[in-house]
Design a protein around this ligand. Structure first.
Ligand code: PEP
Length: 255
């Protein structure tokens, strides 16, 4: 049984006062039926870990460097994230791929380092609008999966997030059939590459304009084990109903 996961990506948002949102989330979900992960900006990670000690929230980074230490001004390594208490890191987000030219090969190297440092890696894949219209989306996703995911991946240290670029922050989301098609494809590819047991145990998140009013439908789609949420993860008020929808989807239908 895969445990559901609600992950929040705060991107370049959040000041120290934003940590109050973590308290509010922890208070609203003291014993959730899913895992909860918040990835705040690097400046808040250590303080967020302290705030969340003993509670239901885990804290992660939004990227890391491909070396563990050295002359890389402004960068942060996987072992530094682990050292301050982060348990996970988002890698290959489309904004990193676009703003920092990260290729899928780069993402695989980052993921190797992060997994070696003991972090869970949330590896993002997704097609652009142009790619969806002009080519076969599954070919794009298939290439990103094989190039971005390292061989060191397991059911514990790998989470894959399907984030169509055209759905991020736009309010536009794919149809349930489109999401299901890609998630079933990702599952099949993972099973082929890592074997049935490992492939089955990797959690697959959908990301892109998840909100309270579409969460229930998204969480009902096959092979959707949770969500990677941007804008709606910034406040407990917006994130809480998404978590509730995920918890409800995790319960057996007759309960
Ligand atoms: C994201 O950037 O990971 C994301 C899913 O953003 P949003 O939920 O705001 O579309």
């Amino acid at each position: 049984m895969r445990r559901k996961l609600a992950a929040g990506n705060w991107k370049m948002n959040g000041l120290r006062s934003s940590l109050d949102e973590l308290d509010a989330l922890a208070k609203a979900h003291p014993d959730p039926d899913c895992d909860l992960l918040i990835c705040p900006p690097a400046t808040l990670i250590a303080a967020a870990v302290d705030r969340c000690q003993g509670g239901p929230l885990r804290i992660g980074g939004q990227t890391c460097h491909m070396n563990m230490e050295g002359p890389h001004t402004g960068d942060i390594s996987a072992q530094m994230l682990r050292d301050v208490g982060a348990t996970a890191v988002i890698l290959g987000h489309s904004e990193r791929r676009a703003d920092h030219g990260e290729s899928s090969e780069d993402v695989r190297t980052l993921a190797q380092m992060a997994q070696a440092a003991g972090l869970q890696t949330v590896i993002c894949v997704g097609e652009s609008q142009f790619q969806r219209e002009a080519t076969n989306t599954l070919d794009i996703i298939g290439a990103q999966l094989s190039l971005s995911i390292p061989d060191s991946s397991t059911g514990e240290n790998l989470v894959v997030a399907y984030e169509p670029i055209w759905a991020i922050g736009t309010g536009q989301i794919p149809t349930a059939d489109q999401i299901g098609e890609v998630h079933d494809f990702i599952r099949a590819r993972l099973e082929q590459r890592f074997g049935y047991g490992v492939g089955k145990s990797v959690r697959l998140l959908y990301g892109g304009s998840v909100k309270a009013d579409n969460a229930q439908e998204i969480f009902g789609i096959s092979n959707v084990d949770g969500a990677l949420v941007g804008g709606a993860s910034l406040t407990a008020k917006d994130f809480s109903p998404i978590i509730e929808a995920l918890e409800a989807s995790a319960l057996p239908a007759d309960s």
